[in-house]
Design a binder for this molecule. Structure first.
Ligand code: UD1
Length: 372
């Protein structure tokens, strides 16, 4: 290859930062690649963005598009317009996107129409639930991508079923777990639980932010009743996502939740603080996709408050159970976890801390070959 390959890495929302960190680091190790970082600004709070970038050693973005919040069409459209201008002014050789947020979709659409090859990291995951905005983002992004990097074998099957050329698909492992393994010792030294006056290994950690759980008053109120019951079993720590906080305030539920004995509400946490809390939890209740994978890597029991998962390996090999939001089912699952010590699980194949290295090596091979 002649000059180095210019890769535009796109991030927008919190989970993207965790995934891009090891990729940027691996790209900076290789002279064949010249990485740049473009932040759409989908997440803009210090709590949701800057603190992650700092803690994970992600370089300051070369470009910040400042799109902010909005409806799906507005947020995606703003990101597309800004990215189109950006790629016209400074055309990269490849656009790399991660995950399934609106910024991921926007970048894949703009790049593919501009004839710029697209790499999608965390391709092929499917919940088969098109009520989830992320499912739509995943399907469209994968359909447009030239290089699809997958974390688990279910994704290989999904992409094959959708007619994706297997020559474009690579099972490489999980970049989010690269970040987790690298940062776990540093995170655990923070002793966050002790600072909240709870004992490591003896509390439940809760996160909620999926629109299907938090945007409807009845569903959200039902989940709060579950938390109230749970707090009678063991202390509950609940870092509250801004979307969830907005919904709680809008529905008049925020003040009451703050008074439930045994429930500690926190602001959104930094990456390291949150990893400290998750790695030392007795159990995790969540509707997050990423946290299902992180608990699997940590061997911490996870109850997923959804009816489905796009990450089935966390159930078949990991520590995850899909329990939905029915209080009876959730309570039974909590009791089951508390009655057992330890979980039977193994860390999935290739979730070994080296996924980003593999991805960068494949891209250099593929694109280097093509450029001759
Ligand atoms: C987005 C992703 C979701 C991901 C989640 C992680 C999409 C469709 N969804 O959801 O897949 O799991 O990020 O956090 O892309 N807000 C702030 N500060 C911020 C950002 C948002 O207060 O920095 C508030 C705003 O009120 C905003 C709301 O949170 O309206 C939702 O933000 P948005 O980016 O639309 O979606 P998330 O729910 O965060």
């Amino acid at each position: 290859m002649g000059s180095s390959m210019r890769i535009a890495n796109i991030v927008g929302a919190r989970p993207n930062f965790v995934k891009i960190a090891p990729l940027m680091a691996a790209m900076r190790e290789r002279a064949e690649v010249e990485p740049m970082l473009i932040h759409t600004g989908q997440h803009y709070d210090a709590r949701m963005s800057d603190s992650f970038m700092e803690q994970l050693g992600i370089p300051v973005p070369d470009v910040h598009l400042g799109i902010g919040s909005g409806t799906h069409a507005r947020q995606t459209g703003e990101a597309m317009m800004a990215l189109e201008r950006q790629f016209e002014a400074d055309r990269p050789d490849l656009v790399l996107v991660v995950g399934d947020v609106n910024s991921t979709l926007a970048a894949a659409l703009v790049a593919s129409k501009a004839g710029i090859p697209v790499a999608h990291v965390e391709a092929g995951l499917r919940s088969f639930d098109r009520g989830m905005p992320e499912e739509i983002n995943r399907i469209v992004t994968d359909a447009l991508s030239d290089y699809l990097f997958v974390t688990e074998s279910s994704a290989l099957e999904n992409l094959a079923r959708e007619g994706v050329d297997p020559g474009k698909v690579f099972l490489v492992g999980n970049v989010m777990i690269d970040t987790l393994l690298q940062n776990r010792p540093r995170a655990e030294s923070l002793r966050v639980a002790e600072g909240l006056a709870v004992t490591p290994g003896e509390y439940a950690l809760v996160t909620l932010h999926r629109p299907s759980n938090v945007d409807d008053r009845g569903t959200l109120a039902g989940l709060l009743e579950i938390l109230e019951w749970l707090a009678g079993e063991l202390p509950v720590i609940f870092p509250v996502h801004p979307r969830t906080r907005n919904a709680l305030e809008r529905f008049g539920l925020w003040a009451g939740l703050g008074k439930v004995p045994g429930v500690t509400l926190l602001e959104p946490q930094g990456y390291l603080e949150f990893l400290c809390l998750s790695s030392q939890a007795r159990l995790v209740l969540t509707d997050s996709g990423g946290l299902q994978e992180e608990t699997t890597a940590l061997g911490v029991p996870c109850l997923t408050l959804r009816e489905n998962t796009e990450r089935p390996i966390t159930v078949t090999e990991g520590s995850n159970q899909i329990v939905g939001t029915d209080p009876v089912r959730v309570r039974e699952a909590v009791r089951g976890v508390l009655a057992r010590r330890g979980v039977e699980q193994r860390r999935p194949e290739l979730w070994d801390g080296r996924a980003a290295e593999r991805i960068v090596a494949i891209l250099i091979d593929e694109l280097g070959g093509r450029a001759g």
